[in-house]
Design a protein around this ligand. Structure first.
Ligand code: GLN
Ligand code: ZN
Length: 776
C-alpha cells in the first residue's frame, strides 16, 4: 500500500441499524414475502434506506468521503449475505441459485426461512447479543466463488451520490468459525479447513472493491474474541495468519480494517498485528487497552478504538473516554481513531423519536445517532484538545452525576432484601419428592403434551392493543378482548387434546417488555426497535433503577384461564436472566445485584400464582446461553448468579408445584450443567433443527428431571407431519427415559398463524399418542 493511501477515518462507527427508523425494511420485506410488492420495489425501498442512513451520518458529523460511513446494510443477516456473496449455498437449496451461482432476493429469503421440506439454515445467537445469525452449512465439497455483487453494488450506489463509504463484510475466519458441518459431512468436519478454498472468493472481492475505488474495507472478525468457539486458540490464530497473509498479498486492494467487536483480542492481538492489516478496530469497552509486550511495533497500524459502547444505550462519560484514548495514543500506533465497540445495530436509531420517555432519564442515554455524535465529539477532542469539546465534556459529566443520585436508582428496601438473601432461598426439596407429589397432583399421561406459552398474536389482538395504547379502547374493553382470546385458546387446546394448557399470552406485547412495564425500575421506549432476526425486531426496555414488583403481574390472567378448564394451565413468567438479556440493563451495579432484585420480584409472583391454585409454573430462560461471557474466566461467576437468580425466583414453592423452564435459540452444550442446576422439574428446549442433539448431552450431564425437546421448528410456517414428529420422538426415547419425556414445539407460537399452528399441534398430539402406545 502506498503511503498516500487515505488514512482510516478519525471518527467512524463499525456498523449501523438497517431496519429503518420506522422499521421500513421490516415492512417492505414482509410485504415482499406476502407478494404485495415485487423485488424491484423492495430493492428501491432498501436503496432509499441506505441513502437516508448515509445522509444522516454526515449530518451527525461523519465524513462524506473519508470511508467513515459503514456500508453495513443487510436484507436479513450479514452472515447470510456472505453465504450469498461467496456462493456457499447448502445443497438442498442449490437449485434456487441462478446459473452464475448468484441468488435472487426470493432465493436468498428462502434459505433464511425454508421451503417445503427444506429446512432453513439454523439460526443462532450472534456472540453475546440478542441478534441471531444464520449458520452456514459447509462440508468437504463446499466450493466458493464471488457470485454476489451486493458489496460492490452498494459501494457504487453510495459513490454515485457523492460518498466514499466503507464496505463491512464478515471476515473469512469468522465466517468459517461460525459455520457448522453440513448434515452429509463427516461429523468431525471442521469448516475452518475450507479456508484455502474460501480465500480466492475474498481475494476477488478485494479486487472488485479496489476497482470500484474503495479505499478501505472492514472485515469483521469477532470470532477472535470468543473463547466459547471450539476452534478458539492456536487453530483460529493459524487461520487468521494464513487468511490475512493471502488477502493482504492481493496487489491491488483496499486497505483492510480488521474489526474485533464484543471483547478483547487478548492473545490474538499480536497475531492480528503481525498480519499487517492497516487498521485494527478493537473493543475497548469490553476488552480494555491491549496489554502489549514492550517492543511491540504499532507504527504502521491504526488502532480504531471502540470506546463508545455499541451494545448498550447509556450515555458515555466523555472525559473518561478521552483519557482512555490518550492512553491508547501513548502505545505508539500510527494513528488512534475513535469508533464504536461494536456495530450500532444493537441499539435503536434515536432518542429524538422518544416523546414519552422521562426527560431526565433521556439525558442519561444515547442511541445510535447520539452515539455517533459522541464518537464525533471524541474525535474532535482527540485532535483539537479538551478545550474544543469543553461543553460536551461538562454535559456528560453532569448527566452522569444526576443519574447517580436520582430517585429510584438506589432504593434502600430493595438493597436490604437482596443483602439479606440466604443459601436456603435458592433451594427446593429433593427432586424425587417433588416428582411424586407433582405426579399425584397433576395426574398426566406418559409423554405429556404441552406448548411453550404463546399462541398466535393475531391482527385483532394487535389492533386491540394499539387502540388501547391510543386511548381509543378503554381498559375494560381491552381486557375483555384479551379474556375472549384466552377463552378461545383454551378451547382450541382442549379440542386438540393437549395435556398441559397455556393461556396463550395474548395480553403480552412481548415476553420481557410486558414485565418491564409492570416492574419498578424499568422504562419502556416508544420507538426503540432493534433487529432480533430477519424482519423481527424487539423493543428492549431500559432498566435504569432498582427493581421491585408493586403488585401481581400475571395472576388474574392465569386464574381466569384455569377457571375455564379442568386440565392444568401453566403459569407463565419470563426469568430474570432473560429479562436482563433482552433489556438494556443498567451498567452502574453488578449484574448479580440486578438479577437478584428481579429474582425476588418474580419469586413473589411465583408464590402468588401458587397461592391462586396454579399447579405448574413456567419461568422462561431462553437467554441463559446468550449472556454467557465470551471469556472462559468469566463463566463461573456468570453461571453462579444467573442460575442463582432463576432458583431464587422458583424456590419459594411447595413440593407439589411443578416448575417448568424453557430454553431456545442456542447451542446449549456450553451450559448443560447450568441447565441441570436450574433445578426445574421440567425443561423444554429447542431441539428440532438439531434433531434432538441436546438429549444425549443432557443425559451425560446427569440431568434426570422432565425434559421436552422441541419436536418442530416454529420459526417457519411449515407444518410438520405426524411421521416427522414421531421420528423425532423415537429418537428422543433413545436418550431419555420415557417417564421424563414431554412433547412440545421448539418455542412459543406467537409469530405463527392459526392454520399452521392448529395443524402442527394436532400432528404433535397424534404423534405423542402413537409413541405413548409403543412405549406402553
Ligand atoms: N413463553 C414464551 C412464548 O411462548 C417463550 C418465548 C421464547 O422462548 N422466546 O412465547
Ligand atoms: Zn423459546
Amino acid at each position: 500500500m502506498a503511503n498516500t493511501a487515505p488514512a482510516f477515518p478519525k471518527a467512524s462507527v463499525l456498523g449501523y441499524p438497517r431496519i429503518g427508523n420506522q422499521r421500513q425494511l421490516k415492512r417492505a420485506v414482509e410485504s415482499f414475502w406476502a407478494g404485495k410488492i415485487n423485488a424491484t420495489e423492495l430493492e428501491n425501498i432498501a436503496a432509499g434506506l441506505r441513502k437516508d442512513t448515509r445522509k444522516r451520518l454526515v449530518e451527525l458529523g461523519l465524513g462524506q468521503t473519508d470511508s467513515s460511513i459503514p456500508e453495513s446494510f443487510s436484507y436479513y443477516d450479514q452472515v447470510l449475505d456472505a453465504v450469498a456473496a461467496f456462493g456457499a449455498v447448502p445443497a438442498r437449496f442449490a437449485d434456487l441459485a441462478n446459473a452464475d451461482g448468484s441468488l435472487s432476493l426470493s432465493a436468498y429469503f428462502t434459505i433464511a426461512r425454508g421451503q417445503g421440506d427444506n429446512a432453513p439454515l439454523e439460526m443462532t445467537k450472534w456472540f453475546d447479543t440478542n441478534y441471531h445469525y444464520l449458520v452456514p452449512e459447509l462440508g468437504p465439497d463446499s466450493n466458493f466463488s464471488l457470485v454476489g455483487t451486493q458489496f460492490v453494488d452498494q459501494f457504487l450506489e453510495a459513490q454515485k451520490d457523492g460518498y466514499v463509504t466503507r464496505p463491512v463484510i464478515v471476515g473469512p475466519v469468522t465466517f468459517l468459525a461460525l459455520s457448522k458441518a453440513a448434515e452429509d459431512a463427516p461429523a468431525d468436519f471442521n469448516p475452518l479447513t475450507l479456508l484455502p478454498q474460501l480465500l480466492p472468493a475474498y481475494e476477488a472481492l478485494l479486487e472488485q472493491l479496489h476497482e470500484a475505488g474503495a479505499p478501505w474495507v472492514q472485515f469483521d472478525e469477532p470470532a477472535l474474541v470468543n473463547e466459547n468457539l471450539n476452534t478458539y486458540g492456536p487453530e483460529l490464530a493459524a487461520a487468521l495468519t494464513s487468511a490475512y497473509a493471502t488477502l493482504l498479498a492481493v496487489p491491488q486492494r483496499p486497505q483492510v480494517a480488521l474489526a474485533a467487536p464484543y471483547g478483547g483480542l487478548e492473545g490474538h492481538f499480536a497475531a492480528v498485528l503481525e498480519t499487517g492489516v492497516e487498521a485494527i478496530a478493537i473493543d475497548v469497552v469490553k476488552g480494555g487497552i491491549p496489554e502489549l509486550p514492550a517492543n511491540t511495533d504499532l507504527s504502521s497500524t491504526t488502532i480504531a478504538a471502540g470506546v463508545i459502547d455499541g451494545h448498550n444505550i447509556w450515555r458515555a462519560h466523555l472525559d473518561d473516554k478521552l483519557s482512555v484514548l490518550e492512553r491508547l495514543e501513548s502505545l505508539g500506533a500510527q494513528d488512534v481513531t475513535v469508533t464504536t465497540s461494536t456495530s450500532l445495530q444493537h441499539v435503536p436509531y434515536t432518542l429524538d423519536a422518544e416523546t414519552k420517555l422521562d426527560a431526565e432519564l433521556k439525558t442519561w442515554l444515547a442511541f445510535a445517532e447520539e452515539k455517533t455524535r459522541e464518537v464525533v465529539t471524541l474525535a474532535t477532542g482527540l485532535t483539537q484538545g479538551r478545550a474544543a469539546i469543553a461543553a460536551q465534556l461538562q454535559d456528560s459529566k453532569d448527566a452522569l452525576a444526576r443519574r447517580q443520585s436520582a430517585q429510584g436508582v438506589n432504593v434502600p428496601e430493595v438493597r436490604a432484601a437482596t443483602a439479606a438473601l440466604k443459601q436456603d432461598d435458592f433451594n427446593r426439596e429433593d427432586a424425587t419428592a417433588r416428582k411424586d407429589a407433582q405426579a399425584a397432583r397433576l395426574n398426566l399421561p406418559g409423554l405429556p403434551t404441552t406448548t411453550i406459552g404463546s399462541f398466535p398474536q393475531t391482527t385483532s389482538i394487535r389492533k386491540a392493543r394499539a387502540a388501547h395504547a391510543r386511548g381509543e379502547l378503554a381498559t375494560a374493553g381491552y381486557e375483555q378482548a384479551m379474556r375472549d382470546e384466552i377463552a378461545q385458546v383454551i378451547e382450541l387446546q382442549e379440542e386438540i387434546g393437549l395435556d398441559v394448557l397455556v393461556h396463550g399470552e395474548a395480553e403480552r406485547n412481548d415476553m420481557v417488555q410486558y414485565f418491564a412495564e409492570l416492574l419498578d425500575g424499568f422504562a419502556a421506549t416508544e420507538n426503540g426497535w432493534v433487529q432480533s432476526y430477519g424482519s423481527r425486531c424487539t423493543r428492549p426496555s431500559i432498566q435504569w433503577g432498582d427493581v421491585s414488583r408493586p403488585e401481581p403481574m400475571t395472576v388474574r390472567w392465569a386464574t381466569y384461564a384455569q377457571s375455564l378448564t379442568k386440565k392444568p394451565v401453566k403459569g407463565m413468567l419470563t426469568g430474570p436472566v432473560t429479562i436482563m438479556a433482552w433489556s438494556f440493563v443498567r451498567d452502574d451495579v453488578p449484574l448479580r445485584e440486578t438479577a437478584n432484585q428481579i429474582g425476588l420480584a418474580l419469586r413473589d409472583e411465583v408464590n402468588d400464582l401458587e397461592a391462586a391454585g396454579i399447579a405448574a409454573i413456567q419461568v422462561d430462560e431462553p437467554a441463559l446461553r446468550e449472556l454467557l461471557p465470551l471469556k472462559k474466566r468469566d463463566h463461573a461467576d456468570y453461571l453462579d448468579w444467573s442460575v442463582g437468580s432463576f432458583r431464587l425466583s422458583t424456590s419459594g414453592v411447595r413440593v407439589d408445584t411443578q416448575i417448568h423452564t424453557h430454553l431456545c435459540y442456542s447451542e446449549f452444550g456450553e451450559v448443560i450443567d447450568a441447565i441441570d442446576n436450574l433445578n426445574a422439574d421440567v425443561t423444554s428446549i429447542e431441539a428440532a433443527r438439531s434433531r434432538m442433539e441436546i438429549l444425549p448431552e443432557l443425559a451425560d450431564a446427569g440431568y434426570s428431571r422432565g425434559v421436552g425437546p422441541g419436536v418442530y421448528d416454529i420459526h417457519s410456517p411449515r407444518v410438520p407431519s405426524v411421521e416427522e414428529v414421531q421420528e423425532l420422538l423415537e429418537l428422543a426415547v433413545k436418550s431419555v427415559d420415557t417417564s421424563l419425556l414431554w412433547v412440545n414445539p421448539d418455542c412459543g407460537l406467537k409469530t405463527r398463524g392459526y392454520d399452521e399452528t392448529t395443524a402442527s399441534l394436532k400432528n404433535l398430539v397424534t404423534a405423542a399418542i402413537a409413541v405413548r402406545a409403543q412405549q406402553a
